[in-house]
Design a protein around this ligand. Structure first.
Ligand code: ZN
Length: 297
């Protein structure tokens, strides 16, 4: 999970921008009248977010007697997120905030949407609250869709409020096999309490990050196999270890807990991988060549 700076805007800004784009006078009036309620809910959200207590916010069936959950959904979709609406610039500022356009929830895929941390269907008063709007990839957005936390431990990580620190906590385990087997695990940092540890584990499970990172690691291994065999052929296991150490430090300098940082650290620290495992990576190209060769023989 990548920490993000909270959007430099408030619900007052998003509501007023929406109102400016609504051509139905009654609807614009109803949203203007709902602003005090939306501001009150935003204040509660900003108070409970930093200590990780958003699960205490109760769901509601609407915003005001005039604006029910369905209408608030329409307002978000047609008057806030729609291309060409006056508020679209605010939506885009939230969506485009992450570095390199990468989803803060998985740190891997591209941001394609804006996710409501507390979902629209249950928390319509927070539909336009910037701190509740998280840039996300469509996979993370879909995986999180139905989850409504009822306990502190059930909450997925919130990029604006949760800080996991720079201590190493994502660990890659390398098991001897052909090809080498990589798995990812979480080692609680010293600064984490039990609730945060449970939340990180829950976040990984909900977003399917262990599987995602294993697939990425397999592809990375296939990419590096030729280079490692060259290094191993001339410099031996010490040379392989040294090369992996440089790769680890390079990845760590940017993100101490990316899957790549964890992978290179795990490979560097595996005596088996540095001495023989690097020669047992089968990349798809080699496999295809062998398969084709077999057919023609
Ligand atoms: Zn994602």
């Amino acid at each position: 999970m990548k920490k993000l700076r909270p959007p430099a805007m408030h619900a007052t800004d998003t509501v007023q921008a929406c109102v400016a784009g609504i051509t139905i006078p009654e609807r614009a009036q109803a949203l203007t009248e709902a602003l005090p309620k939306i501001q009150m809910c935003e204040a509660e959200y900003l108070e409970l977010g930093p200590p990780g207590e958003l699960y205490r916010i109760l769901p509601s069936l609407g915003v005001t007697p005039v604006i029910d959950t369905a209408l608030m959904g329409v307002i978000y979709k047609n008057h806030f997120a729609r291309q060409g609406s006056p508020s679209r610039a605010l939506y885009d500022r939230i969506r485009m905030a992450p570095e390199f356009g990468l989803c803060p929830l998985c740190g891997q895929r591209i941001v394609t949407t804006v996710d409501h941390y507390l979902p629209q269907a249950r928390f319509p008063t927070l539909n336009l609250t910037p701190a509740n709007l998280i840039p996300a990839c469509s996979d993370c957005n879909k995986r999180k869709l139905a989850t409504v936390p009822v306990r502190a431990e059930d909450q997925t990580l919130h990029p604006y409020f949760d800080d996991l620190g720079n201590e190493r906590w994502l660990i890659a385990d390398i098991q001897p096999s052909t090809p080498p087997t990589v798995s990812f695990d979480i080692r609680a940092a010293r600064a984490w309490d039990e609730v945060l540890t449970a939340r990180v584990i829950n976040h990984f499970a909900v977003m399917g990050l262990a599987e995602l990172y294993v697939a990425q690691a397999a592809s990375e291994l296939a990419d590096m196999s030729y280079g490692l065999e060259c290094i191993g052929g001339t410099a031996g296991p010490a040379g392989v270890c040294q090369h992996l150490d440089v790769q680890f430090r390079s990845c760590q300098a940017r993100d101490p807990n990316s899957w790549k940082t964890a992978l290179y650290e795990g490979l560097r620290d595996s005596d088996w991988f540095c001495s023989e495992g690097y020669g047992l990576i089968r990349n798809r190209h080699q496999a295809n060549e062998q398969a084709i060769g077999y057919v023609y023989l």
